[in-house]
Design a protein around this ligand. Structure first.
Ligand SMILES: Cc1cc2nc3c(=O)[nH]c(=O)nc-3n(C[C@H](O)[C@H](O)[C@H](O)COP(=O)(O)O)c2cc1C
Length: 175
């Protein structure tokens, strides 16, 4: 799939997934797209765990509670590490976001669907509880999880404002 087609086709999918598995070869391709994202000073502060074990996925579902996880065939867990990499600045949130967006596009290009689960992890210590499940070392935090599979339903990206409402050449707000 051409990159612009993937950009426009990408959408947040919260529906049911088909029973067909996601081969490890595809999961590796998707995560490799994340690995190739840019990061501040190339510090590469995001790590990934790919859960494709059905019982493990159900354990994640029981912690998070989002229905999309109940039929997910795989879950990519994105782990961020806060560390100062340039003049006291850290970029782990940006690094993780860049990796996630690359993976969303790869997921779309390969015919799968997913949703960026982030806000939901910050309540009721859900991120910490998943970190416990995977024995993630101290100092590293689960920032985003991506449940994925072949979608049952066809969904579309939510409507975006127009170019003219959000972007201008040379000055804010246009001429
Ligand atoms: C930083 C961030 C956090 C998000 N957290 C959640 C979340 O916790 N749960 C969820 O269902 N969707 C989450 N989303 C997905 C957004 O709701 C979704 O991208 C937005 O509604 C636009 O829809 P679209 O992705 O189809 O364009 C998150 C997206 C981003 C970028």
């Amino acid at each position: 799939m051409e990159v612009f087609e993937a950009i426009y086709k990408r959408h947040s999918y919260r529906g049911e997934f088909k029973k067909s598995p996601v081969p490890r070869e595809d999961l590796k391709k998707i995560v490799d797209a994340g690995i190739h994202a840019p990061s501040g000073t190339n510090a590469q502060t995001t790590d990934f765990i790919i859960a494709d074990d059905a019982e493990l996925i159900q354990q994640i579902y029981r912690i998070v509670g989002s229905p999309v996880l109940s039929s997910a065939r795989a879950v990519i867990v994105c782990i961020a590490e806060a560390k100062a990499v340039y003049k006291g600045m850290s970029f782990e949130v940006e690094d993780c976001s860049a990796a996630v967006e690359n993976m969303l596009l790869a997921v779309t290009a390969l015919g799968y669907a997913t949703v960026w689960l982030d806000g939901v992890l910050r309540r009721e210590e859900k991120a910490r509880r998943i970190a416990e499940l995977f024995a993630i070392p101290p100092g590293k935090t689960i920032r985003v999880i991506l449940p994925l599979g072949v979608p049952v339903e066809e969904k579309k990206q939510k409507e975006k404002k127009t170019f003219d409402e959000r972007a201008w050449f040379n000055r804010y707000g246009g001429a």
